[in-house]
Design a protein around this ligand. Structure first.
Ligand SMILES: NC(=O)c1ccc[n+]([C@@H]2O[C@H](COP(=O)([O-])OP(=O)(O)OC[C@H]3O[C@@H](n4cnc5c(N)ncnc54)[C@H](OP(=O)(O)O)[C@@H]3O)[C@@H](O)[C@H]2O)c1
Length: 271
C-alpha cells in the first residue's frame, strides 16, 4: 500500500536506535525526509548515515540533530531547524529512552522527577514546539499534520516493576486524547502507539537487570514475556515501525485519539 507520504517531512525523537530508529527508517523508505534526534551527537550522526544506507535514500534527506528531549530550549531549536531545513513539518513522532525499573521503595523522588521529565514533559515540549509548523502543514493546499506518541503497553495494564513507565505513559495517554480533541478541527491527527516487548537495546538492558535481581537468566525472563502474548514471541522493531508509519500517513487521516497497541496480543481486553 502506498502510504501517500512521499516528500512529507517528519521529526522523530529518540531515534539513534531502537523503536525511534525503526520508525524513522520506515518513513524514509516511504519517501519522507526525516529529522532524527538523540542526546549524543556522534550516535545520531552515525544513525543518520546508517539509516540513509538501509533505506536506500539520499543522505541529504536524513537530518541528524543532537537534542536532549528533556531540554525545552534544545527541543525548540531542533524542531525549528528541521522545519527550516526541509521547508516545513508534517509529522511528529515523540519518543525517548525508557525510565529505570523499580518498585515503590527502590525509586527516590529525584528518580521520579527524572522519569516524569523524560517520558511525560518531553512529549508536551515536543508537541508545543512542533505545533506552529504542523498547523501550517495542515492548513496548506495539500494538508497533512500528524502526531504520534510512542508510549507502552504499560499504559493499558501496569507492569509491576515499572512504576515510572506505568504512571508517565498513562499521563501521555490523557494528554494525547485531550490534544486530539483540540487539534481535530485544524485537521491534525493525534494518536499514541503502545509497543509490547520488542527486541531493542532497552529490552536487553531490562531483561538483564531483572535477571540479576531475580536470579533467573535474561533468556528465561524474555521467554516469560513472549509467553504472555498471543503470538508467543518478542516483536521485531520493523513490525512496530510498519504500524507507526501507517498511523502518521495519508491512509490514516480519519484515525485520531486512539491508543494503538502493537503487542502481539498481550492486551487481553476485548476492545
Ligand atoms: N522495546 C520495548 O520492548 C518497549 C516496550 C514498551 C515501551 N518501550 C518504550 O519505547 C521507548 C523506546 O524504546 P526502545 O526500546 O527503542 O529504547 P532504546 O533502544 O533504549 O532507544 C532509546 C532511544 O532514545 C534516545 N534517547 C534516550 N534518552 C533521550 C533523551 N533524553 N533525549 C533524546 N533522545 C533520547 C536514545 O539515544 P541516545 O542514547 O543517543 O540519546 C535512543 O536512540 C522507551 O520509552 C521505552 O520504554 C519499549
Amino acid at each position: 500500500m502506498d502510504l501517500g507520504i512521499k516528500g512529507r517531512t517528519a521529526f522523530v525523537a529518540g531515534a539513534s536506535s531502537g523503536l525511534g530508529y525503526a520508525v524513522a527508517r520506515a518513513l524514509a523508505r516511504e519517501g519522507c525526509r526525516v529529522a532524527i534526534c538523540s542526546r549524543n551527537e556522534e550516535r545520531i550522526a552515525h544513525a543518520a548515515g546508517r539509516l540513509a544506507g538501509e533505506a536506500g535514500v539520499d543522505p541529504g534527506s536524513v537530518l541528524p540533530l543532537a537534542c536532549d528531549v528533556t531540554s525545552e530550549e534544545a527541543v525548540h531549536e531542533a524542531i525549528d531547524r528541521a522545519a527550516a531545513q526541509f521547508g516545513g513539518l508534517h509529522i511528529l513522532v515523540t519518543n525517548a529512552g525508557g525510565p529505570p525499573p523499580g518498585y515503590i521503595d527502590d525509586l527516590s523522588i529525584e528518580t521520579w522527577r527524572g522519569g516524569i521529565e523524560l517520558n511525560l514533559v518531553s512529549v508536551i515540549q515536543l508537541c508545543r514546539a512542533a505545533l506552529p509548523h504542523l498547523r501550517v502543514a495542515a492548513a496548506s493546499d495539500d494538508p497533512h499534520g500528524s502526531i504520534l506518541m510512542i508510549t507502552s503497553i504499560s499504559a493499558k495494564r501496569p507492569i509491576p516493576s515499572l512504576y515510572l513507565s506505568n504512571a508517565t505513559r498513562a499521563g501521555v495517554q490523557g494528554f494525547a486524547k485531550t490534544l486530539s480533541e483540540e487539534l481535530g478541527p485544524a485537521g491534525i491527527t493525534v494518536n499514541t502507539i503502545l509497543p509490547g516487548y520488542t527486541r531493542t537495546e532497552r529490552l536487553k538492558n531490562l531483561s538483564e537487570r531483572l535477571a540479576s535481581a531475580s536470579g533467573r537468566s535474561a533468556e528465561e525472563i524474555e521467554a516469560g514475556w513472549a509467553e504472555g502474548n498471543a503470538l508467543r514471541r518478542i516483536a521485531d522493531p520493523e513490525e512496530f515501525a510498519a504500524a507507526a508509519a501507517f498511523l502518521v500517513s495519508k491512509r490514516a487521516t480519519y484515525v485520531t485519539g486512539v491508543g494503538f497497541p502493537v503487542d502481539g496480543g498481550w492486551s487481553k481486553h476485548v476492545l
